[in-house]
Design a protein around this ligand. Structure first.
Ligand code: ADP
Ligand code: MG
Length: 686
């Protein structure tokens, strides 16, 4: 499995000496900004500007080349025009520089010549284990080492415990602005640009081991190495919050399989993030809210469940919060009768004690502490959301700050400066009730993820099945695909294929049908028939020989060359799809959902990256409506999800063991009284 690489990253984040190649004395140039930023932000190590013509920049001696600096620099910031970069990289390698940041652009993002230059830089740097960040990036900032190795003019000075890995440099600007506005500090920032060498995974792994980083925030456009990326997040041991740009729905519509058209790029990315345990943000607001909430609760107790208490003095905003809680899957349970009794003693008669708890604007300041204390002590909830518009009793601030020592609290407090100042540093405050709720939800998600990783059901079993030898390429028909599934332990319908000259006669078909016993299913199998029922190539529920004869004669007229597949017509209650496709970034993606001929219409699917644990597969089932059907929706028989999960896991194993399978559909996997059975399948082979 590919993994993150840590070596050399120490020199990138905590260098003792920094050379600036392309340094300039002209304040309008970025080569000036870099030198200026290093000095201005108090970098304590050596700073060596490099420029063949200038003599002195900001009072520092300038060196003609990297070869002339007093020692080999730990880190070189490179801001020369793109044509000159390869030459600088050669010099850096010769001099023994440990890490390079190539800020210059005009590489892979600009076309073929740029891609070739990147390839060359990769070769040179690999030879001497020199790490390269970028190209086409904004640099690196480490406030703990007073290192501002970026193009940014204005970076926050406040130290915090949030670190940010951004593919886009400019989105880094958004990040810094957000933190400044919210009065929150930063720890590290790294802009990875084209990821020629240092990738998301490398940066995540380094930040995971950094004691000053509590939360890792990621802005992702495209992941370079899916398995390494997922592994780094899994191993991080701290929250990783992801915002992914470019989330169009476009699936690969050209796919022959249902799975191929259901699993678009966006869905695959989201599945991979979720599976690895990242907190996925839908937009910029949710991204920073989640980061801020998780940073606020670093080292403090997280919610043990999704059950939350909502406490307010403001009716309308509280209703909004309750709605939002329901939408994001938080439970707002009724408080215990004893708790409610205590609360009623402390609030006006027209208040509400159930949950949400409405203390009303008329609540006496002296009673606030007792009221919050009563709710906090009720084991039915694991955290609080506090809503207050305009009642500025400092007691609110004190009470909720104290509560946050025992359980997590997020807040929407507005027009109440004294309350806010009481909360500062303890309870994170958000700009709307919905955002306070969603930020709380991020805490629940991270906490659930931590428990999930400790759960042994998430362990992956290795498979010992010997792969099947597959020849040729193109579409594998139903019959062949089921032989492959059978090899991998997926239950398949008993069936016989009639080929050769016998396929033009009714007798063998009749004999087989009698052998299986009516009712039976007759299917025409032929290369160009992919979705059979669309073309009239399936007859189900054939009750006797007469019906069989009529069905066969009609199909034989239409498909005179087809082979015939005869199966028993199985009584099934629910049709699901289990499929897989190979993703260029993440590898085999396994898909589960509501199946049958209308699969695309329902679009009720979930997906994960193989290999899968049983628990992964059970989660996939739970994410779809098929789970409801399997629980016996409207009197339908109940089906054991573990049996379906086993098929899902095996399809993942098949994809790992049979690399020539590009796409695979089991549709439907029929859920019968005797368990799940694949009655139709197809595969695309490379
Ligand atoms: P298609 O190529 O159109 O997907 P299928 O083989 O999946 O063709 O058949 C279409 C539908 O017929 C299935 O979704 C299922 O409802 C039903 N069907 C097919 N084979 C069987 C079978 N052996 N037992 C019961 N129902 C079946
Ligand atoms: Mg089918």
């Amino acid at each position: 499995m590919s993994e993150a690489r840590l070596e050399g990253l120490e020199a990138l984040f905590r260098p003792k000496s920094v050379a600036v190649v392309g340094a300039s004395a002209d304040p309008a140039k970025l080569g000036y900004t870099l030198v200026h930023n290093l000095i201005e932000y108090g970098f304590g190590g050596e700073v060596w500007p490099v420029n063949p013509s200038a003599a002195n920049i900001l009072g520092r001696r300038v060196y003609v080349s990297l070869l002339e600096t007093p020692q080999a620099a730990d880190l070189a910031l490179v801001t020369v025009p793109n044509r000159a970069v390869v030459g600088v990289v050669e010099q850096a390698a010769e001099r023994g520089v440990k890490a390079l940041v190539v800020l210059s652009s005009g590489f892979g993002e600009a076309g073929e010549a740029g891609r070739q230059a990147e390839e060359r830089i990769r070769e040179i740097s690999q030879c001497c284990a020199m790490r390269v960040l970028g190209p086409n990036c904004m640099g690196v900032y480490n406030i703990d080492a007073s290192l501002n190795g970026t193009y940014f003019w204005e970076l926050p000075w406040a130290k915090g415990r949030i670190s940010f890995v951004s593919q886009s440099g400019a989105y880094g600007g958004v990040f810094f602005e957000e933190l400044k506005q919210r009065g929150i500090g930063v720890s590290k920032f790294v802009s990875i640009g084209n990821q020629l060498d240092v990738s998301h995974a490398d940066a995540i792994a380094w930040l995971a081991s950094d004691p000053d980083t509590a939360v890792i925030a990621l802005f992702v456009e495209a992941v370079k190495d899916g398995p390494a990326f997922m592994h780094a997040i899994r191993q991080a041991g701290k929250p990783v919050v992801v915002f992914k740009a470019g989330r169009t729905h476009a699936g690969s519509r050209a796919s022959a399989s249902h799975t191929g058209s259901l699993a678009g790029e966006r869905e695959v990315y989201e599945a991979a993030f979720k599976q690895a345990g990242a907190i996925l943000a839908a937009d910029t607001e949710a991204f920073f809210d989640a980061v801020v909430a998780l940073a606020a609760y670093d080292g403090r107790p997280l919610p043990g469940s999704n059950r939350v208490g909502i406490m307010t003095i403001s009716g309308g905003p509280c209703v909004i919060a309750s709605d939002a809680a329901e939408e994001v899957g938080l439970e707002v349970p009724v408080l215990a009768p004893e708790t409610q009794g205590r609360i009623r003693q402390l609030i006006p008669e027209f208040g509400a004690s159930g949950n949400p708890v409405d203390m009303t604007p008329q609540v006496e300041a002296a009673n606030i502490g007792g009221c919050v204390e009563a709710v906090t002590a009720d084991p039915v909830i694991d955290g609080l959301i506090f809503i207050n518009v305009g009642r500025d009793y400092p007691e609110f601030g004190t009470a909720f700050a104290r509560a946050s020592e025992r359980l997590p609290v997020t807040a929407f407090v507005s027009s109440a400066p004294a309350v806010l100042s009481g909360l500062t540093g303890k309870v994170p405050n958000f700009a709307t009730p919905e955002r306070a709720v969603r930020a709380y939800r991020a805490l629940v998600e991270y906490s659930a993820r931590t428990r999930r990783i400790q759960n042994s059901k998430f362990k992956i079993q290795n498979s010992s099945i010997a792969p099947m030898n597959i020849e040729g390429s193109g579409v594998m028909d139903e019959y062949e695909a089921k032989r492959l599934l059978d090899r991998w332990g997926v239950p398949v319908v008993p069936e016989t294929l009639i080929t050769g000259p016998g396929r033009h006669e009714f007798t063998p078909i009749r004999k087989l049908a009698t052998h299986f016993g009516f009712p039976v299913v007759l299917k025409a199998i032929q290369r160009d028939i992919v979705h059979k029922s669309e073309m009239g190539a399936v007859a189900v529920g054939i009750a006797d020989v007469d019906q069989l004869k009529v069905a066969w004669e009609q199909m034989h007229d239409r498909f005179p060359d087809a082979a015939w597949l005869i199966q028993p017509f199985l009584p099934g209650d629910v049709e699901v799809i289990v499929g897989a496709k190979r993703d260029s970034v993440f590898g085999p993606v396994v898909v589960f959902g509501t199946g049958g001929v209308l699969t695309e219409l329902y679009h009720d699917v979930s997906m994960r990256i193989a290999p899968l644990s049983e628990a992964d597969a059970l989660e996939m089932i739970e994410e779809t409506k098929a789970a409801e059907l399997m629980r016996g929706f409207r009197g339908l028989p109940v089906h054991d999800p573990a049996e379906v999960a086993a098929v899902i896991v095996q399809v993942g194993q098949l994809m790992l063991g049979q690399p020539s399978v590009l796409e695979l559909d089991i549709n439907p996997l029929l859920l019968t009284e005797k368990g799940p059975i694949a009655v139709d399948a197809m595969a695309v082979i490379r």
